[in-house]
Write a protein that binds this ligand. Sequence first.
Ligand code: COA
Length: 171
Amino acid sequence: MTQTGASDPVTDQTPKIELVPLTAAFAPVASALHAQGFDDPWDADAIIRLLDVPGAFGILAYQPGDPAQNSEDLPLGFVLMQTVLDEAEINTITVAPAARRMGVGKKLLGVVEERLRASDVTRMLLEVAVDNDPAIALYTQNGFSEVGRRKGYYARRNSAPVDALVLERLL
Ligand SMILES: CC(C)(COP(=O)(O)OP(=O)(O)OC[C@H]1O[C@@H](n2cnc3c(N)ncnc32)[C@H](O)[C@@H]1OP(=O)(O)O)[C@@H](O)C(=O)NCCC(=O)NCCS
């Protein structure tokens, strides 16, 4: 995966999805992806700081370029995890709008789970806005269930704050 990444739209309906560790070198790519998924994007420095925390790791998904067609690697999405002892929190997960509903999010969660199963982690946790239907669908389809709710957790620019659901998956 090139470190500049590309911002062309995904043209293939079923892109080849490759995964690499999200290192600091890819922080600008991850930051650009984050800006497409959230109202308050994280800049590259913020992503580097999160990756620097002990127990943190990330996975970047991309569609490999085709030298024959002179096309570059295309970033598809990433997940950023934080583990503490036997728990792992999904700090963020996002997929480029043009690559959604193609299995990228599912593949990212799958490789995270594989890695966590090889460690001491027994429990995955995350917070998701109650109105984020695509994310809730992704998580429930991947074995997460609700264990709590945080009132008014997410501030919204033009409306009242929104509750967060706390979801858990036991490994
Ligand atoms: C949530 C998000 C990461 C999902 O990524 P994705 O790559 O589109 O998800 P997948 O294609 O792997 O979907 C896997 C399953 O999740 C569910 N799902 C995902 N998006 C859905 C949607 N828009 N509507 C209904 N179900 C959806 C489906 O069950 C889907 O399986 P299917 O396509 O076979 O029906 C993506 O929508 C996104 O980046 N959103 C913006 C950022 C965000 O909200 N992140 C989560 C913060 S908590």
